[in-house]
Write a protein that binds this ligand. Structure first.
Ligand SMILES: Cc1cc2nc3c(=O)[nH]c(=O)nc-3n(C[C@H](O)[C@H](O)[C@H](O)COP(=O)(O)OP(=O)(O)OC[C@H]3O[C@@H](n4cnc5c(N)ncnc54)[C@H](O)[C@@H]3O)c2cc1C
Length: 296
């Protein structure tokens, strides 16, 4: 049977710029957003059996997709797989749940510990894969256990330690895990304090980050002993523009799409920044953003 007979809502030649926060990039050969976990497992079995390469995405806020697009399948684990349940001091969230939603529900239930993540625009799956963090806290500080499928599509429940969390990384990439859901451990707190802290973080973000333009957040990881944004600024690159891609005037760690950027513009600017910062300070900037597809 053909793919679209088995999975009626599969799309072909889907523009990825509609699905990633950078709003650049070419088309994915196959694009599938499953309605539920069962659909997802059937689809991934099919692509594996037919040797179709695939990638998993959440909310697409940490990705740069090449202008050539993606050969094979993109599986988006998004809004349709996003239930959130509160049990005592725990929140059980499916991979597609937005961090902002989890934070909102935590606040409503007077649970503290998730405020740091309220303004990170990713999904639970993407945030755990990346060990996303802000304001001195990371996902590793709140994740109790994670339900995953391993590379043989076997179901496993992994404890925090088994997730091998590190700075903006986890065992997910190394072992090709697919995150299905997570159990997040929080603590009882005071609802108005929780809301006030979330608001404070929100204001800090709004004042420092260019949230009005498409981007993928901080492009580079923090090099040990430095701040990427500060190095970029001190290298004189604030506002540096290639095509439609620009080093943000507001936050030099961000590259923004001024409206008509291509993925190649963004990539060329990344390379230019890396070269300039290395020549100036001898520091190698490593990308935090995932480059997907063919570059160069
Ligand atoms: C304005 C802005 C501000 C940001 N601020 C921050 C910040 O403060 N801190 C921070 O850490 N990041 C920040 N980011 C980056 C980004 O939001 C985080 O990295 C986020 O966790 C990515 O989640 P996502 O669902 O969008 O992942 P995606 O971009 O969709 O995917 C990222 C990676 O995770 C993998 N992945 C996604 N879902 C799954 C899954 N279910 N199972 C296995 N792998 C999966 C993908 O394959 C990919 O490798 C920011 C981005 C923007 C645009």
């Amino acid at each position: 049977m053909q793919l679209n007979e088995l999975f009626p809502n599969v799309k072909f030649d889907e523009p990825m710029k509609n699905h990633i926060s950078f709003k650049v990039g070419g088309k994915a050969d196959i694009f599938f957003e499953p309605d539920n976990v069962r659909d997802f497992i059937e689809f991934i079995r099919y692509v594996k059996e037919n040797n179709i390469p695939y990638i998993i995405m959440g909310n697409g806020t940490n990705m740069l997709v090449s202008d050539d697009g993606i050969r094979g399948a993109v599986i988006k684990l998004g809004d349709k797989i996003s239930s959130i349940e509160v049990i005592d001091d725990f929140i059980i969230a499916q991979c597609g749940a937005k961090l902002s939603e989890v934070a909102k529900i935590a606040a409503e239930n007077s649970l503290t510990g998730f405020e740091f993540a309220s303004g990170i625009p990713g999904s639970v799956g993407g945030a755990i894969a990346m060990n996303a963090g802000a304001y001195g806290k990371e996902m590793k500080d709140v994740v109790e256990e994670v339900e995953v499928l391993d590379s043989n599509l076997e179901y496993k429940v992994l404890k925090n330690k088994e997730m091998e969390f590190g700075y903006r990384k986890s065992a997910v990439e190394k072992h090709n895990y697919i995150i299905l859901s997570a159990k997040i451990k929080l603590m009882k707190g005071n609802k108005s304090d929780i809301k006030a802290l979330m608001q404070e973080y929100d204001e800090r973000r709004r004042s420092k980050q260019p949230l009005d333009l498409p981007s993928a957040g901080s492009v580079f990881k923090r090099p040990e002993g430095y701040y990427a944004g500060k190095l970029i600024e001190e290298a004189g690159l604030r506002g540096k523009t290639i095509g439609g891609a620009q080093v943000s005037e507001k936050h030099c760690g961000f590259i923004v799409n001024k409206g008509n950027a291509t993925a190649a513009d963004v990539y060329d600017l990344i390379k230019y920044i890396q070269k300039t910062v290395y020549e100036r300070f001898g520091v190698e900037l490593e990308t935090e953003v995932k480059l997907i597809g063919k570059f160069e």
